[in-house]
Design a protein around this ligand. Structure first.
Ligand code: DGY
Length: 327
């Protein structure tokens, strides 16, 4: 039997390639700065048994229709909204993701954005470097306190729970909204369930931790920002389209909320001229919440393991559509 072939859509850390190469012949898109163009993806997919993809690769019906022998799409991310799962299942293609290994790192970054936005860290850095600092002033760059404030989590999955654990160290009161109430976690984490509008009204910090789906697209828009406190700090490390970015920009510009820390955007990369980037009270990052060196290596090696186990006819660690394996 000939060796399986795989297409890997970006240069990966070496330990991940070391997992794949003994099992399959690898073709690699080896530019770091851009994803493979659509026509390259559509051409390569016709030849391979496996794809290792990033969240920037749209794996839809067109791609899967072009794939004659594709068995697995291993996504290098916990989120898999870039892949049409029902179509993959129809084609009997296993889709996998990389949960767990990034949970704590993303939670660290959500907290980092909360602290940095509340305490105006980026403004302070720019002010100091620019030589604007003339004297100590009572309200110079004064922000909001994180300790003992109320944190509202939108979504209480793995990452939301990890943020709640960190909040305990800051003596925060934590409330959450999730369509699936988790009474077991409420007790363990000492947090309270509240209806969605109540979380928005009562929280000093609001951090979003939901996957992107048709139900969560624009979950936070004008109406939701209008409910928040004028002192509220809003943080998004989930997916950009969960938030109506124009509504966020308006809320920041009108100081309807105090500040925001934003790692994800409706369009990525966010265009340089986007009105959100002009606001002084927002801290932005280029979708790097999981980007610590150890975590990115763990994500890469897990994506590689998911890929090769399917190619070896075994059950992968993280199937997204396990019905394909069971059927
Ligand atoms: C994911 O894994 O879904 C992130 O957005 C990138 O870490």
């Amino acid at each position: 039997m000939s060796r399986p072939r795989v297409y890997v859509t970006r240069r990966l850390p070496q330990p991940a390639l070391d997992i794949i190469r003994p099992v399959a012949d690898v073709t690699l898109w080896d530019r770091e700065d851009v994803p493979p163009p659509r026509e390259v993806l559509l051409r390569e997919v016709t030849q391979v048994d496996g794809l290792l993809t990033l969240l920037t690769d749209r794996i839809d019906g067109e791609v899967m229709d072009a794939a004659r022998r594709l068995k697995v799409v291993s996504n290098f991310a916990v989120g898999f909204d870039n892949i049409d799962i029902p179509v993959a299942t129809k084609h009997r293609i296993v889709v996998t993701n990389t949960p767990e290994v990034l949970t704590e790192t993303v939670a660290d970054f959500a907290f980092c954005l909360m602290l940095a936005a509340a305490r105006r860290l980026v403004e302070a850095d720019q002010y100091t470097r620019a030589g604007s600092w003339k004297t100590w002033e009572p309200l110079l760059l004064a922000g909001q306190d994180v300790h003992r404030a109320t944190l509202g989590l939108i979504g209480l999955g793995r990452i939301g729970s990890a943020v709640a654990r960190r909040a305990a160290g800051f003596e925060m009161r934590v409330m959450y909204y999730d369509p699936f109430r988790r009474e077991d976690l409420e007790q363990n984490l000492h947090i309270d369930y509240r209806p969605f509008p109540d979380v928005l009204r009562q929280a000093d910090f609001i951090s979003v931790h939901v996957p992107l789906s048709e139900q969560t697209r624009h979950l936070i828009g004008r109406e939701q920002f209008a409910l928040m406190k004028p002192t509220a700090v809003f943080v998004n490390t989930s997916r950009g389209p969960v938030v109506d970015q124009q509504a966020l920009t308006e809320a920041l510009a009108a100081r309807r909320i105090f500040a925001a820390g934003i790692d994800v955007f409706e369009r990525e990369p966010v265009p340089a001229g986007d009105p959100l980037l002009v606001q002084e009270n927002v801290i932005v990052a280029p979708h790097i919440a999981s980007a610590s060196v150890p975590t990115r290596i763990r994500m890469a090696t897990l994506a590689a393991e998911n890929l090769v186990t399917v190619l070896q006819g075994k059950r992968p660690p993280n199937p997204v559509n396990p019905e394909v394996l069971n059927g």
